[in-house]
Design a protein around this ligand. Sequence first.
Ligand code: SF4
Length: 283
Amino acid sequence: MEIIIGKNAGFCYGVQRAVNKALEEVKKNKTYCLGEMVHNQNVIDKLENLGICFIKTIEESKGNTIIRAHGEPKSVYKKAKEMGINLIDLTCPSVLKIQNLADEYSKKGYFIIIVGKANHPEVIGIKSRAGSDYSIIENKTEISELLNIINNKKKVLLISQTTHSSKKFDEIAQELKNNINSDVKLEIKKTICPSTEIRQKETEEIAKKVDLMIIIGDKRSSNTNKLYDIACNFCNNVLFVSNETEINLDKFNGIKSVGIMAGASTPKEDIFKIKDLLLNNNY
Ligand code: SF4
């Protein structure tokens, strides 16, 4: 059986950077991490075993505290300062760029449309920099409800959560261009992380040519769910597993080619464990 593993499968550079730095810090000092470092329970359990203490609110911190790659709202920085907490800010540079855009354009008086999931930590961090004049949407169908508001504005900025679907963002941008009044200044910044786009494209390419596709990642991971949706569009046989224990080998009977992709929050070792499982069972 041929096994094709995506070159871009697994930890993105922002998550890898945060995990590496967290491992360095915990060796030196007691270290807290605000929120889950990644949406992946296996990784969280491992970090916890090494001594990182995960907390839900900054108020629970008693010392050095990691801000994870998704970033945090402005209120967290303010509270940490008041409490005298040392923050180890590992917000991904790509997320930081969007936070800065939201900050800059809200100060310039723009209405900001954020494309993404309203309850995602990254979006919560971005909206905290967007002032009070913003809206969060996921699909182009939501543009029609927004037109009444934005056609009364002078300037509108469209930005995106880093891990949103590139295709959906393009559809939203096009819908806006088609319907916004010509006297409203529209700025579009496609802030989807390049690593997300590349991973989505690679998932499509592999899914088109294999009999069965495996997507590895935590079911709560937004970017992994998108990879699953993309794979399902191009392959009739897609498994979504969080690790090798969820692989049912019966599904591989008669399968000649398998593609493997993994989300940005999946460690490489989870990918190799699944590859080894298939190889060790003579698939
Ligand atoms: S997906 Fe992109 S933006 Fe998000 S943490 Fe990874 S590298 Fe950074």
